[in-house]
Design a protein around this ligand. Structure first.
Ligand SMILES: [Zn+2]
Length: 255
């Protein structure tokens, strides 16, 4: 059996995870945890770029983040189907990598693909734990049932009141480089292709918006930069000592 991942982030398009929770993943990698990303589509309907270029960009971003696994399910961009086959593809992913924490898009989003991936992951998360639902991986052997312990939504276009924030101050620059890897989508002077249609992401202002949001979330927990998450169920802590083990890494209120 493959070595399991600690954390798996699932996104609809090849740059979604970097933008919304890339800093959180980079931090986990730096702490020594095994992290993976699964993109559901190749982003072939994107106004800019093409699937081959976007696959290379995703690979480069994976290297920059230092993650251990990146896969693409090849579902149709713009029309991700809520079918038993698509759920089964995600069940195979969950049983293959057995992550303890699963990150997914939020339930209400501007892009319908994001909402569809939310629904698919929720269904796959539940089905994956059902012993009588049999799946096989590439080797033809039956997979063992498995259900990740934690399910958290990262934030995309629409804002929600977060359940918690993650401090990404010391990895923010690395997150920016991972997003810059997607130069067909975002504005990178001298690298981004010219003569492609302009989008919200391809304007220079995109970088200000990315930083503004990270800075604002940071101010809410007293750090420089942060990313926001929504817990779908109650969150339990083993002890309040999780906030005592690394006192220097958490903000101290100063009058
Ligand atoms: Zn997307």
């Amino acid at each position: 059996m493959r070595e399991a991942l600690h954390v798996l982030a699932i996104g609809a398009h090849p740059d979604d995870v970097e933008m919304s929770c890339g800093g959180t993943l980079i931090r986990l990698v730096r702490e020594g945890y095994r992290v993976g990303v699964v993109d559901c589509t190749r982003g072939e309907l994107g106004s800019r770029g093409n699937p081959e270029l976007r696959a290379r960009e995703a690979e480069l971003a994976a290297q920059i983040m230092g993650i251990h696994v990146r896969e693409n399910l090849g579902l149709p961009d713009g029309n991700i189907p809520l079918t038993a086959e698509a759920v089964a593809a995600l069940v195979r992913v969950l049983r293959r990598w057995r992550p303890q924490i699963l990150l997914l898009p939020p339930p209400v989003e501007r892009h319908p693909d994001h909402e569809r991936v939310h629904q698919l992951v929720r269904m796959a998360w539940f089905h994956s734990g059902l012993a009588k639902l049999v799946t096989t991986d590439g080797d033809g052997q039956p997979q063992q049932p498995y259900r990740p312990r934690w399910l958290f939504c990262y934030m995309q276009a629409y804002e929600f009141e977060p359940s918690f924030y993650v401090d990404i101050s010391d990895v923010y620059e690395q997150k920016v480089r991972a997003v810059q890897a997607h130069a067909s989508q975002v504005y990178v002077p001298g690298v981004s292709p010219e003569n492609e249609p302009e989008t919200v992401l391809s304007r220079p202002e995109f970088w200000q918006l990315l930083e503004l949001r990270a800075r604002y979330f940071g101010t809410r927990i007293g750090v420089q930069y942060a990313e926001a998450f929504l817990a779908l169920g109650p969150v339990g802590l083993p002890s309040l000592s999780v906030w005592l083990k690394e006192p220097d890494s958490f903000p101290v209120e100063r009058g």
